[in-house]
Design a protein around this ligand. Structure first.
Ligand code: BGP
Length: 489
């Protein structure tokens, strides 16, 4: 049996994102952001794959602004903004040595006037000082699904090229003020999901039946690519030690069958849902298959010659991704989509969570190989974990999440196999999540991912008390043994 350990200087720990755990939406002059208008739907069907969970139409957004009776869970999160000192102590107790988190743009620049909110800057410094005091390294995401609402209202988010300038104004503050806290940055979270959720990913509203819907979304992505490339340049100028990464949702998939048509559909879907993003980010050019796709779909991208140069000259230093599950793709006879691909049936070899996310640890190893050998840049897994509706057992005073231990163990073993047997250069891994927080897609608090339980429900009710789950205790042993524990039965 293998007995691989984590490589020297491997960053291992947990992850979180500002909008999902900070709460305090009206504290220290924070401005509103897109997440603050997302609301919880108690009638939601957990495994309904037809809903576009990340999108919000213009109508829904306008209704959310008016309807005060809706439940807005991202506004209260788990109140990390005020409980950070207690939380970092707990993070240490569950073995977290590296913490990936994000900074909220609408806290730093609450209005469209470029004025920096010093209270927020000072507060983040207190938070980051506390991390370092606990010997926890930071990986900081500059924008994790929280475009300010002023960006949406005044520019329709990244649809407008003015957003590039606005983003850089914000990024400059962050990279300068928080320079001493980390060398590892991530510019945008899951940039490849902007085409699935423009509201979430790029702060824009576009109607379902707008003929130019796709064109608007792909232009927003392009503007994010440019903003990111300029951010790479800026980060290197501010501190030559800075390493700027970009992040994608892995979107690992298999052809639904051995039928070559399914194979072709899977290839095409993978190209346009994942690889073209990495091509632009890592190689600085649009691949020809993407240009052909845009032409066939009559999508006109507004790309200037100057932007092409910017993309080419400022590629990222390392590649990061989230990995939760894998899917199947099958050939679409109806040809509605020129990629001819549609989501295929459940993979009979895999189990799935209540939300239909299929658990596939070997898929992680396959994806790591595929990504690394395509681009040969160091990679980091910045999200991986299992969302479960689980309850604290008061009688036993524990939460025995053996399913999560099993999930993490299998994924981490495959990560080490990718490093040692396959030669992949992987520099770190942060679990989603260090601590329970509000689910991005379902907006439920009860879709829990944490090593630490938080006593809050979907309506924000509860004591807010934190308790370490069994997975938290187990993870500490994994880190303390430098990974050896993973190979025990
Ligand atoms: C990723 C996001 C996270 C996160 C996670 C789990 O897509 O970057 O913000 O929440 O997925 O997803 P969910 O919370 O929807 O279960």
């Amino acid at each position: 049996m293998s007995n691989f350990e984590f490589p020297k200087n491997f960053m291992i720990g947990g992850a979180a994102a500002a909008t999902q755990y900070e709460g305090a939406f009206d504290q220290d002059d924070k401005g509103m952001c897109v997440a603050d208008y997302k609301f919880y739907n108690p009638k939601l069907v957990r495994n309904d794959t037809k809903i576009n969970w990340l999108e919000m139409t213009k109508q829904e957004y306008n209704d959310a602004k008016k309807n005060k009776d809706l439940v807005f869970p991202f506004r209260w999160g788990i109140d990390f903004y005020n409980k950070y000192a207690e939380d970092f102590k707990l993070f240490k107790q569950v073995g977290i040595n590296t913490f990936r988190t994000s900074i909220s743009w609408s806290r730093i620049i609450p209005k469209n006037d470029g004025v920096v909110n010093q209270k927020a800057v000072d507060h983040y410094k207190k938070i980051f000082d506390e991390a370092l005091k606990n010997n926890i390294k930071l990986v900081l995401t500059i924008n994790h699904y929280d475009c300010p609402i002023w960006l949406l209202e005044e520019f329709n988010g990244f649809e407008n090229k003015k957003s590039i300038e606005k983003f850089l104004e914000y990024a400059k503050v962050v990279l300068t003020e928080f320079d001493k806290y980390t060398d590892y940055w991530i510019c945008f979270n899951e940039i490849n999901l902007t085409t699935h959720g423009g509201y979430t990913g790029a702060g824009l509203v576009v109607d379902e039946n707008d003929d130019k819907r796709l064109e608007k979304l792909y232009n927003a992505v392009h503007n994010q690519f440019v903003a990111q490339a300029l951010c790479v340049k800026l980060a290197h100028k501010i501190n030559p030690n800075n390493k700027m990464g970009s992040m994608n949702a892995a979107g690992h998939s298999y052809p639904a069958s051995t039928n070559p048509k399914d194979g072709l559909a899977e290839l095409k879907v993978s190209q346009m849902y994942k690889w073209y993003f990495y091509e632009v980010i890592a190689n600085g050019v649009y691949p020809q298959y993407a240009l052909n796709y845009f032409q066939k779909m009559n999508i006109k991208l507004n790309i200037t010659e100057e932007e092409k140069e910017i993309l080419k000259n400022n590629t990222v230093d390392y590649l990061t991704f989230s990995y939760y599950s894998s899917n199947t793709v099958e050939y679409d006879e109806e040809e509605k989509n020129i990629l001819h691909g549609k989501p295929g049936p459940r993979n009979k070899f895999l189990e799935a969570t209540e939300w239909g996310w299929q658990i596939d640890p070997i898929g992680l190893r396959v994806f790591m190989n595929d990504l690394y050998y395509r681009f040969k840049k160091p990679i980091m897994i910045v999200e991986n974990g299992m969302g479960v509706d689980e309850k604290w057992d008061d009688k036993k005073n524990e939460l025995n999440d053996s399913y999560r231990i099993n999930y993490l163990q299998e994924h981490l073993k495959n990560l080490l196999l990718a490093i040692y047997e396959d030669g992949v250069e992987c520099i770190g891994y942060t679990i989603w999540t260090a601590i329970d927080l509000v689910s991005l897609s379902s907006k439920e608090m009860s879709k829990r991912y944490g090593l630490i339980y938080v006593d809050i429900d979907d309506y924000g009710k509860g004591s807010g008390e934190r308790r370490i789950k069994e997975s938290g205790k187990w993870f500490k042993q994994v880190v303390d043994s430098n990974g050896k524990k993973l190979w025990e039965n």
